[in-house]
Design a protein around this ligand. Structure first.
Ligand code: ARG
Length: 661
């Protein structure tokens, strides 16, 4: 099927032919052919006549008529209709739809073509900082990255995933320091990961305490200044006249709202200070480690300078954290082709710095080695005054290593939106190094929020943030699966073992789907209840739709593989069948949309629409009780193709299905 075209691809090819002679490059106009918003405008519509007429200096409606006259679609569509200023509406012929959908009965790819020119992609995603408890933000990068990996591979690209873990950063300075001062040796022997996480948190908290304490006077002054500003605006409002009142009101509202976040952080800092000081153990620690921030930096610097003891400890800690990470990945069903962390590049940094200086790409400024950019607000610091390298230096070395070793056509970084300046700098620096042809893209995403609208954090005190998140999702899924199974009219069908397996698939699937179904650019609110809902655009609903189809076969005693081979065909006897078939045939479009700008929610939106059309079909068209054996067989095959599209689509998203739930 690799050479075949999707329905949309076919239409584009026909329009391409019709446009030849009118314009040299048709791509931008062909992009304006799309699925119709409403049935009134047919199945597909082409909105290309207006912009093209403008370019050619013609009347849109005349041009549209001219295009239609040259358009050869008689084998697949009814005669095109012109509407409005020059829209071209197409209604596909029923026999064309039937022919296309029947071709899917034996098509593993469900109509999705592979690309003509495969490219090599490097995908950079997940990349947690090891030895620091993982949190929900890491799920986002991991899940989006994995979906893109699968989808790019599905359409025939060569894809290399590389987990750029943070295994060399300040967190190791913190753990080294904690190891020397707070270690419970017995606990470390029993459960090293948990003990390392604990000492990490002790050090983190003491650092936060001292930082908050040091920032106290400045924060206090800042808060005072804000209060004064609000006071002043209130006074101005009281004496404002009709004309200025709305403006002052607006300013006041802004002044009152703006500090809310800062105020909250501030309150949290004060609470932390109070808690530490109220606790004898903590206040003793705080008093005994006044310079902990500096000491931690010194430990990190020693590690980076090759100090034997710190390196030995680092080598001892690392595998524990890696095992921990691997467990989470296994559970999520995710694997990487490579895991070359930050430490892998450490030795390359001095030479890279020299080269940047030699080639005049970087220069020394205030003792630091920096790359300056004309069009970016800040320079990229490669080496600090004190000789330390940074996250950015490593990323540049990483980029270069990937270019030299994998020669990719594109590198995609699935990283949260707060790092956007970093990536603009990195990409600009890469161009200066001479990597001009490679596509570099920051596939950024928003923040995961708690139900209070603040960034989502797992409960303090959790040793393993991410794992407990998975556990909770699976635990809740288990309740839903059990309730659902208990409520079956013929009584429960699942063994305890099956229930456990289904709960794992449903819980993890819901978690992934909740993330993937959001436009990645926006923040989203994490809610177990919403993501596990049986209705609406959720993973649970999609998995249920799939299982429901398998259940039809089970109930009817249908051997679906035999039916596929039987020579029976899908027929079109009802409008609900037509609507479903049309949607099935759109699967390749959804895949294409995902890859257009790396947005997996295009696929979830498609699957949701597909499941809804299936629902309507199933309500309106009896399947097992169909009016004739031929119609019954055709409808069963239609169910089968629908189920396979759902399963394939979910698989591209990294989500599993079960036959019964
Ligand atoms: N470890 C980083 C973090 O947790 C993300 C790394 C992303 N990848 C990269 N090449 N910079 O923020």
């Amino acid at each position: 099927m690799a050479g075949g075209k999707s329905v949309l691809g076919e239409l584009r090819a026909r329009f391409h032919a019709a446009l030849s002679g009118l314009v040299d490059s048709t791509a931008e106009y062909l992009a304006l052919i799309h699925r119709s918003q409403s049935e009134r405008f047919g199945d597909y519509q082409a909105d290309l006549a207006m912009p093209l007429a403008k370019r050619l200096g013609k009347k849109p409606r005349d041009l549209a008529a001219q295009i239609v006259a040259r358009l050869d679609v008689a084998d697949l569509a009814e005669p095109p209709e012109l509407a409005g200023p020059g829209f071209i509406n197409l209604r596909l012929k029923d026999d064309y739809l039937v022919r296309r959908v029947n071709a899917l009965i034996h098509d593993e790819r469900l109509g999705a073509p592979t690309v003509e020119t495969p490219r090599t992609f490097v995908l950079d995603y997940s990349a947690p900082n090891v030895a620091k408890p993982m949190h929900v933000g890491h799920i986002r990068s991991t899940v989006i990255g994995d979906a893109l990996y699968r989808t790019l591979q599905f359409v025939g690209h060569r894809v290399i995933s590389d987990n750029h873990i943070g295994d060399w950063g300040t967190q190791f300075g913190m753990i080294l320091y904690g190891y020397r001062h707070f270690l419970d040796a017995e606990a470390y022997r029993r459960n090293p990961v948990a003990e390392l996480a604990r000492i990490y948190r002790v050090v983190r908290r003491l650092m936060d305490y001292h930082e908050s304490k040091a920032a106290l006077p400045a924060r206090e002054a800042e808060a005072e200044r804000r209060r004064a500003a609000v006071q002043e605006l209130r006074a101005r409002l009281a004496s404002a006249d009709e004309k200025t009142r709305p403006k002052v009101e607006k300013e006041l509202r802004r002044a009152e709202a703006a500090p809310a976040d800062a105020e909250r952080d501030w309150q949290a800092a004060k609470a932390l200070i109070a808690e530490v000081e109220a606790d004898p153990q903590w206040s003793a620690w705080a008093a005994a480690h006044p310079d902990i921030g500096k000491a931690v930096l010194a430990e990190t610097a020693k590690l980076h300078a090759g100090d034997a003891e710190n390196l030995r400890l680092w080598r001892e800690f690392l595998p524990h954290s890696r095992d921990e990470m691997e467990r989470v990945y296994r559970r999520l069903g995710i694997r990487f082709d490579h895991t070359l962390g930050e430490s892998f590049y450490h030795d390359q940094l001095p030479a890279l710095t020299e080269e940047l200086l030699r080639r005049g790409i970087a220069r020394v400024s205030d003792g630091a080695v920096c790359i300056f950019f004309d069009d970016l607000p800040a320079p990229m610091i490669i080496r600090k005054q004190d000789g330390a390298f940074l996250y950015a230096s490593t990323d540049l070395a990483t980029l270069r290593w990937r270019m030299e070793n994998w020669r990719p056509d594109a590198i995609l970084y699935v990283v949260d939106h707060r790092q956007s300046l970093h990536f603009r700098q990195l990409f600009a620096a890469a161009r200066m190094l001479g990597y001009r042809d490679v596509t570099l893209e920051h596939v950024s995403f928003g923040t995961v929020l708690g139900e209070d609208g603040r960034p989502f954090r797992t409960r303090a005190g959790d040793t393993v943030g991410l794992e407990s998140l998975l556990d909770e999702a699976v635990r809740r899924a288990a309740e839903i699966v059990a309730a659902n199974d208990d409520a079956k009219p013929q009584g429960p069908e699942l063994s305890p073992e099956e229930r456990r397996r289904v709960a794992e698939v449903v819980g993890i699937g819901a978690l992934k789907y909740a993330d993937l179904s959001q436009n990645r650019s926006s923040d989203y609110v994490f809610s177990y209840d919403k993501m596990l809902a049986m209705t609406g655009n959720t993973g649970t609903y999609m998995q249920y739709a799939y299982a429901r189809i398998q259940n039809i076969f089970a109930k009817g005693g249908v051997d679906i593989a035999a039916l596929r081979a039987s020579g029976h065909a899908i027929r079109l006897t009802h409008p609900a069948e037509r609507a479903l078939i049309l949607e099935i045939l759109r699967f390749p479009e959804a895949v294409e949309l995902v890859l257009e700008d790396y947005r997996p929610h295009q696929l979830t939106a498609y699957l949701f629409e597909l499941a809804n059309r299936f629902s309507t079909f199933y309500q309106e068209c009896p399947v097992l009780q169909a009016p004739s054996p031929e119609v019954r067989a055709g409808r069963l095959l239609l169910c089968d193709v629908t189920g396979r599209v759902i399963r394939r689509g979910l698989q591209l998203l990294g989500i599993e299905t079960v036959d019964r739930m």
